[in-house]
Ligand binder design. Structure first.
Ligand code: AMP
Length: 454
């Protein structure tokens, strides 16, 4: 199969060639014809499948006809990094078409965004909070939008953005083509899809198995030996570009500092940084100035850096989806990669779930003096964390809870956002989680600081 079958305009075909895409990925093969026909799409696929080009290419083809200089496509994404990534893909694919896009998100000045939009753009790629700011300020309107894309809808839901999405929908004409992409389908997203999609074509790409080109290794290790183990592995392994995931912003920052001191070109990407610093870290990693990037899940979501040879789970994530997403940063577009996961006793349950999803066991690796024998069988025992165990867990960088490795009580809902250490439920003020999440998301999009998992 080749891209010629879609009969793209030569200016779009030139963009495909510039990106060196030869064969459509499965999601592109399924979604492009339906989008070209003007159908709504419900796409069950995650980043790493070629999803962005799957919606950008047919939208560009449709935008070639019709007026220029008006906002005719709105793409809504949960994070600034993903918005930037989509905008940058559009810029490459649309280079010859004269179609322009702008990324709109909080944490940076509004005026340059307004100036760019007033200069004439056809595509706006936006995060919900800042977009609503602009819409209520009436700096631009969405009356001429023909295509709406909601990307990573499940992640927007996790971040408390669903009420904002519904508010944004009120600014749209209502008869636009709508494409909704989500890696998972929680009830709330299904309801949203039922409300806003008109007889959608369902495009599902098996998403739950990380790419087969990534070799998986598991190291059983106590918390206090993780950094020594990491340095040992890094010294012995030939690594091109390495992405390390930690559970909290603080750990990302401090680990990057320790690696820098140890002589590695390392930096961190986490929500304590200003947007400018985040972009500098990401660009430096993309250019090869930094060989090691230590990141939290939220900051790294959607990042597309080619040539990542290693992903290291310094802390095991809480959900299989987050694991799949992390691992998807390497082995992209059929390149090979290695993924190392550091797990302690408390990670037993999630390791079991991950291995069930992988369909095989990760290879166990022992480094005498650093790793230890742990059998990841289903442990027993559960309960709310005590004040003492919470403080101990906080020191170790993970929320206290059931001894089976999954958080309890207020932590029980899998959070894809960066962990903000919290006291046990009884030590916290009462209030609706939805309200807190929403407030945090608004604060994040407006102030540029991440207040996650409030
Ligand atoms: P995405 O899922 O949109 O984040 O894309 C994942 C990666 O695959 C990006 O680096 C894209 O540039 C790349 N990609 C997208 N489509 C293709 C294709 N047809 N052939 C090769 N690489 C692709």
């Amino acid at each position: 199969m080749s891209f010629t079958q879609f009969d793209f305009h030569p200016k779009i075909a030139a963009g495909i060639k510039t990106c060196n895409y030869e064969t459509p990925t499965p999601i592109q093969a399924k979604a492009i014809p339906a989008i070209l026909e003007g159908r709504d799409i419900l796409g069950l696929a995650q980043t790493g499948t070629g999803k962005t080009a799957a919606f950008v290419l047919p939208i560009l083809q449709r935008l070639l006809k019709g007026p220029r200089g008006k906002i005719r496509t709105l793409i809504v994404a949960p994070t600034r990094e993903l918005a930037e990534q989509i905008h940058s893909d559009i810029t490459k694919l649309a280079r010859q078409t004269g179609i322009r896009s702008v990324a709109v998100y909080g944490g940076v000045g509004k005026f340059p965004q307004i100036k760019k939009i007033r200069g004439g753009v056809e595509i706006v790629v936006a995060c919900p909070g800042r977009l609503l700011d602009h819409l209520s300020d009436k700096t631009f309107n969405l009356a001429k939008v023909d295509h709406l894309v909601l990307d990573e809808a499940d992640h927007m839901f996790d971040m408390g953005f669903l009420p904002d999405i519904r508010r944004i929908l009120k600014y749209l004409p209502g008869d636009q083509q709508t494409l909704l992409f989500s890696a998972t389908m929680p009830g709330e997203i299904r309801h949203l899809a039922e409300d806003i999609l008109n007889d959608p074509v369902r495009v599902q790409i098996a998403h739950s198995r990380p790419t087969a080109t990534v070799a998986q290794k598991l190291f059983s290790v106590e918390h206090n030996r993780k950094t020594s183990l990491l340095k040992d592995i890094m010294a012995k392994t030939d690594m091109a570009a390495t992405l390390i995931f930690t559970r909290t912003k603080h750990r990302a920052e401090s680990l990057a500092r320790q690696l820098h001191k140890a002589g590695y070109a390392a930096t961190s990407l986490q929500g304590n940084l200003s947007q400018q610093k985040r972009q500098q870290a990401l660009n430096g990693f993309k250019r090869g100035q930094f060989k090691v990037l230590v990141a939290t899940d939220i900051a790294a979501r959607g990042i597309d850096v080619s040539g990542i040879s290693h992903v290291i789970n310094y802390d095991v994530p809480d959900t299989v989806d987050a694991f799949t997403h992390r691992i998807g940063r390497t082995g992209r577009a059929s390149c090979t990669g290695e993924a190392f996961t550091f797990a302690g006793r408390e990670d037993g349950k999630i390791i079991n779930q991950i291995e069930r999803t992988l369909g095989k066991k990760m290879s166990r690796n022992n480094i005498p003096g650093l790793t230890e024998e742990i059998s990841f069988r289903k442990p027993s025992g559960e309960g709310q964390p005590s004040k003492k165990s919470w403080h101990k867990a906080k020191k170790n960088g993970r929320p206290a809870g059931r001894s089976n490795g999954r958080p309890a009580g207020r932590f029980a809902k899998p959070a894809v956002a960066e962990k903000q250490e919290q006291p046990p439920a009884r030590h916290r003020k009462a209030g609706s989680r939805q309200k807190r999440r929403r407030r945090a998301a608004l604060l994040e999009s407006r102030s540029g600081t991440l207040f996650l998992n409030p």
